[in-house]
Design a protein around this ligand. Structure first.
Ligand code: SER
Length: 318
């Protein structure tokens, strides 16, 4: 069975991807690692402390656990990155380069997510094509474009099986994101359950692509298991499932929580980032090359988010 290492497993994606992959490949075949101890990730499978910038420690884990595939989920997100671009570069590119080099040395498959943030203001806004102008204006986006190019370079030059997707804003109910421009679309659900009031940092009419976490997890597995001979692209595939504005998602949540009130207090940094990103991506290459086919729409996601977060709230877990 494939042995997998998830680096940065304590974050929004990793905390769910670890459990998802353990369900598929077996608990002992999925090693989670993070900077900080994590009781949940250690409860049903191997967990190791790792600073992804420590190349020797990283390589040792890959060697000791005889890893076949590395998921590198280490990154400062877009808004945090703008507060300290030098640190964002150090962490995002440091973890990426260690992943690629270790994958080359130990012959591993690897996955480092890209993002809608890889596009910029000169990219086509609607139905943004797979192959088009990128030129992002955030350090996060610059790192993502470089990650895509290096992934393809390592594949062509060294035969490293690097694959990746451009994730939209991911909406989930296990671990909160932090420092992203799309975070509002997660936070509003928590406030809809807890305080019934949400202060939104993004203007009401700003469209961005979003996705419910279960579809994002399936995308990872489907792409990593896809027949390589069918892949025309590799780093990275546009994937999409829904695109909405704050106004649209809040109206949808209010169907189930009519007492929810919204106040707008636009954060100029986040708004400038949102304005520089696409409204919606064209994901036809992912559909053709590896069968991408998301299952969740906005309304089904809203019902599920409110149910899960409501249950946690009732148990006093929030
Ligand atoms: N969710 C990320 C962010 O907002 C984009 O990939 O930074």
């Amino acid at each position: 069975m494939k042995k997998i290492l998830i680096v940065g497993a304590g974050g929004q994606i990793g905390s769910e991807l670890t459990m998802h992959l353990r369900g598929i490949y077996g608990n002992n075949n999925v090693v989670a690692c993070d900077l900080k101890p994590n009781e949940k990730l250690g409860a049903n499978g191997p967990f190791e402390i790792l600073d992804a910038l420590d190349a020797q420690g990283f390589a040792k884990l890959v060697k000791d656990h005889q890893i076949d595939a590395i998921y590198n989920l280490v990154a400062l997100l877009s808004a945090t990155g703008e507060k300290n671009p030098q640190l964002a570069w150090k962490i995002n590119i440091g973890a990426l380069m260690n992943t690629l080099e270790i994958a080359r040395e130990y012959n591993c498959q690897c996955f480092t997510p890209s993002s809608i943030g890889a596009f910029g203001p000169s990219s086509p806004k609607d139905g943004t094509p797979q192959d088009t102008v990128m030129r992002p204006t955030t350090i996060y986006g610059v790192c993502k474009v470089l990650g895509e190019m290096l992934g393809d370079y390592y594949f062509q030059r060294f035969g490293v099986d690097a694959r990746s997707v451009r994730f939209p804003g991911l909406i989930s109910n296990v671990t909160l994101p932090g420092g992203g421009t799309t975070d509002y679309a997660v936070e509003v659900y928590y406030e809809a359950v807890k305080s019934k009031h949400f202060v939104c940092p993004i203007a009401p009419e700003s469209y961005m692509d979003m996705m419910y976490m279960p579809d994002a997890l399936n995308a990872c597995v489907q792409l990593m298991e896809a027949d390589p001979s069918k892949l025309v692209h590799r780093n990275s595939f546009n994937i999409a499932s829904m695109s909405f504005t704050p106004e649209i998602i809040f109206a949808n949540i209010k169907k189930y929580v009519p007492e929810l009130t919204i106040e707008y207090n636009v954060d100029p940094v986040k708004q400038a980032i949102a304005d520089s990103w696409p409204n919606s991506l064209d994901d036809s290459c992912a559909r053709e090359e590896w069968g991408w086919n998301p299952k969740w729409d906005m309304d089904a996601m809203t019902q599920d988010m409110l149910k899960v977060i409501g249950e946690k709230h009732a148990k006093g877990l929030l």
